[in-house]
Design a protein around this ligand. Structure first.
Ligand code: FMN
Length: 356
């Protein structure tokens, strides 16, 4: 009797497994079957759906409730400065968002860093100098902007002008390609580190280099959690998967966290990974150029690991880990995988795409 029941259980399991496999294959042919598959049989996208929607809600609530919204302000200021660089800038652009921008800048200003404060003020100044004051919306917006300037007049740095400039004004480029290539070739993923903490100044230098990276609409929708405490690191390295063989070697750990409340549209849900990845590349080159080594560690999207991550660091669900970066002083005799790279000719296709 027992054996019969067990056999039935196994049979049912096989049935479920087979139907899951079949549905998985069918699902790849049709969006409706794909939806059914992920609704009933696979929860892999649950976290992402929730975080994206939550981020969007928080973004929009900040605007609706007139609360500080740095991502919105950074994006708006960037859109406005882009309008200023076109030949013969218009006098009546940005009408759809200029008022909201000026209103929200009043409440966001205090949260911006000093350089970004000047950037926002300078760009808006330049905009209103050109804008058509006969338009109600421009007059209304300027009033909000003047109101802010009045409140902060003592704090404005009048020496800077963070407005569009001509390419020829950029400082001379005396970095040779061969030097840059040497830096990129020297960098390797290093997994064996000396037992030594990295000075905060060096970390901040590398982060500043990372912050020079491009980001969509200049939002820079990420932050970096730096861990240098043994106990905290030993818990954190249990979260990702790819560190088993060298977790005890990690003395300095950066966790790059993306902020999905920077967006009000689902279409932008991948930007945290693109912007975060670009940041990380310059960050690790910044480390390398200061004699420090690093290894990026994958942050997989797995429900129970996400849960522990949110709990361990008290991170709100609209934020998400992008990757971890172990860094520090390489052990001289620690081995490094060769990790041969592809040839440029292997990935370049000129003018037409050939699916290889
Ligand atoms: C997104 C990403 C995730 C990675 N995850 C891990 C990881 O979990 N564990 C690990 O040991 N290395 C990880 N690496 C390092 C890669 O294995 C390494 O970059 C690759 O083999 C190339 O070697 P190189 O960095 O020395 O050029 C990761 C790298 C990237 C870019």
């Amino acid at each position: 009797m027992m054996l019969k029941r067990k056999l039935k259980k196994i049979k049912n399991r096989i049935k479920i497994y087979c139907s899951k496999k079949i549905l998985k294959r069918l699902g790849s042919n049709s969006i409706y079957l794909a939806k059914l598959y992920y609704f009933f049989l696979d929860s892999s996208f649950n976290r992402e759906m929730l975080s994206v929607l939550l981020g969007k809600k928080i973004h929009d609530l900040r605007n609706d409730n007139l609360e500080s919204n740095q991502a919105f302000i950074r994006r708006s200021i960037h859109r406005i400065e882009k309008g200023l660089i076109v030949p013969n800038p218009k006098k009546d652009y940005a009408l759809g968002y200029i008022y909201e921008t000026c209103k929200l800048l009043n409440v966001t200003y205090i949260d911006l860093d000093e350089k970004s404060k000047n950037w926002a003020l300078d760009v808006l100044d330049a905009y209103f100098k050109r804008a058509d004051n006969t338009l109600d919306i421009i007059r209304k917006s300027k009033k909000e902007f003047d109101n802010l300037k009045e409140q902060i007049s003592l704090g404005i740095d009048t020496n800077t002008k963070s407005i569009p400039f001509a390419h020829k004004e950029l400082k001379g480029n005396n970095i040779k390609f061969s030097d840059f290539l040497k830096l990129t070739e020297r960098r390797h993923s290093v997994r064996y580190f000396e037992d030594k903490l990295v000075d905060k100044k060096l970390i901040e230098n590398a982060v500043s280099a990372g912050l020079q990276s491009p980001s969509a609409c200049n939002r820079q929708p990420f932050e970096v959690l730096i861990l240098q405490n043994k106990d905290i690191i030993s818990k954190a390295v249990e979260l990702p998967m790819g560190v088993k063989t060298f977790k005890d070697e990690i003395k300095n750990l950066a966790i790059v966290i993306g902020d999905l409340s920077s967006y009000s549209e689902e279409r932008d849900r991948h930007i945290i990974y693109i912007d975060g990845g670009l940041f990380v590349m310059s960050f690790i080159l910044g480390l390398e150029s200061q004699g420090l080594s690093s290894c990026i560690i994958n942050w997989p999207d797995i429900e129970n690991r996400e849960k522990s991550f949110y709990e361990q660091f008290k991170i709100p669900k609209y934020k998400r880990g992008i990757c971890f970066v172990a860094f520090g002083y390489a052990k001289n005799n620690g081995l490094i995988p060769f990790s041969e790279k592809k040839e440029a000719s292997d990935i370049i296709v000129y003018n037409e795409y050939s699916n290889r």
